[in-house]
Design a protein around this ligand. Sequence first.
Ligand SMILES: [Zn+2]
Length: 473
Amino acid sequence: MRGRSIAKVVIILMAAVLVFPWLTSAKEQVSAKKKETMGQVLVGKTIHHPPIDSGREAAQSPAAEGPTLVEAPRSDEQSRLQAEKPRSVESVIDTQLLYKRLAAGDRTGGMEDVHIGTAAYAEPEQPTVYLTFDDGPSRWTPDVLDILREEHVPATFFVLGQAAEARADIVHRMVEEGHAIGNHTYNHKYEELYTSFAGFWEQVERTDRILTRLTGQSIRLLRAPGGTYTNFDAFYFYYLERAGYMVHDWTVDSGDSKRIGVPAEEIVRNVKQAKLTHEVNVLLHDSAGHEATVKALPAIIRYYKEQGYRFAVLSERVKPVSFRIGSLKWSRQMSEAEHLAALELTRQLDSMRHQTLVAQAEAATARYAVAAEQQRLQGWIPLREWAASMGASVYWDGPAKTARLQAGSEQLELRTASGTAAWDNNREHKRPEVQVAYRFEQDHLYVKRQDAERLWAMKDTGTFAYQIGGLIE
Ligand SMILES: [Zn+2]
């Protein structure tokens, strides 16, 4: 009698354990797991957050030693919606007042929400590192790309228009392999860039035309040669942001261009000595003379992987980090006439781009919605949508025709070429490979819902066996 009721309890408990994962939403499990992973990272390291000020406060704060990081003014859902409508800033604000505010060092010009464009920032859940390579492409860039491909790590390349023109094939490869491209001006010559905004703008536009032609994308990422500190004033920030650019400085300087011939060991050491913040933006160079950076790269990637960081490209979703405005190295003056001319120049580009982008996005969204609905009726689900609902991110490795889904510390590889998939957490033994049906529809990858659910259940196999084993004991 007693034996039977114990058996009953065991059966009920086992059933509860088996059913439990399907009772709680899978998303909750993922975020719980993610928090665990983050917790491990946070416990081991004291994470210092740099003092964050709004652009305006930073502009008014007295000069301290070295560049201090500030974040660009926050853009929220409301400003995104405002941005949906074509903007005509001139009709709303007094250009003279704007001139005075910018001249006083207020980089928002008092218009915090208006000039940020369509950005909708989202802070990543997991600690994230953005590797950035400036001044390329050069003969060393293919080596950098090889390492990134081997490590399954995406990066952002702030290229020079001049170098991109000369090595168009490398720019194509960057795009194909899932990296992001940013504008780093045409020739990097400080005297041409920082003696007048017109000079800077001319190079930005020229590079923009080259990059649009080479990548088929509208490039919105921009990095100032030498960084913004002591080079940019409020006028530069305002016009560029208004033209739709996201100006990124960095949080970690690898020091690979401090002088000629910095050895790889020193570059790695600089990176490891830098503060670990939740989002890290690392400055590296892939131009001529930077073979030591190539040599240092595997150790840098290994370091961030060990610290529990995920790698991502800079995008519209990433809030730009920029240095505060310091006293300029340059003795330029912005006249009111130049100010009006700059407003006109940047307005044209902005509204043109804005209209194109909104139209393209709307058309693509509509096409996708129709296609996805048809697929759903046949039991297919879009991989990205499914991953997002599970709190996971997806990285598409074009050359390997493989989607990599990152869920906490575990990675699911979906190999479309062989029609298989398997979990791999890079530590323990590999999980068994299973057959999965894939389908591409308008550049979107679909999987069968039952396959997706089966794969997700396999992720928890280890935990499962342990729980049942413990109960039977
Ligand atoms: Zn540079």
